[in-house]
Design a protein around this ligand. Structure first.
Ligand code: THU
Length: 129
């Protein structure tokens, strides 16, 4: 899959990160099954707890616009190391995506690492019995 467009959108979103507390910019671009792309940045809060990660911003934007079927997500940050999604974002991904869902983590030096959601969150919690 050509990730060029997704990487560019994730980088553009990263530039919009609101990070007065950590100074750590994160951007994500989520590809829907129909080709639509939703991007997101992290948005921090002085109370810390309400901070929203870039990945969840992108997913919540998509779901609130009626999209629930996703192909992949690209994550970029300030770090040279590919940035893995936090545990809360993994759980949110598991709400809408199966274990095969590919999560593409990019370092700002261009390094790239892909892991499936099943690798990142084995034994994901679900209410399904
Ligand atoms: N952050 C993300 O946006 N995504 C992640 O998966 C990891 C953490 C943000 C949250 C916070 O604004 C900053 O990075 C430092 O934790």
């Amino acid at each position: 899959m050509d990730l060029t467009e997704l990487i560019r959108k994730a980088q553009e979103a990263r530039a919009r990160a609101y990070v007065p507390y950590s100074g750590f910019h994160v951007g994500a671009a989520l590809l829907c099954k129909d080709g639509t792309i939703f991007s997101g940045c992290n948005i921090e809060n002085s109370a810390y707890g309400p901070t929203n990660c870039a990945e969840r911003t992108a997913i919540f934007k998509a779901v609130s616009e009626g999209y629930r079927e996703f192909e992949t997500i690209v994550i970029v940050s300030d770090s040279e190391q590919p940035t893995p999604p936090c545990g809360v974002c993994r759980q949110v991904m598991a709400e809408f995506c199966g274990p095969e869902f590919p999560v593409v983590m990019m370092g700002c030096d261009g390094s790239q690492r892909t892991a499936s959601l099943g690798e990142l969150l084995p034994y994901a919690f679900s209410l399904e019995k």
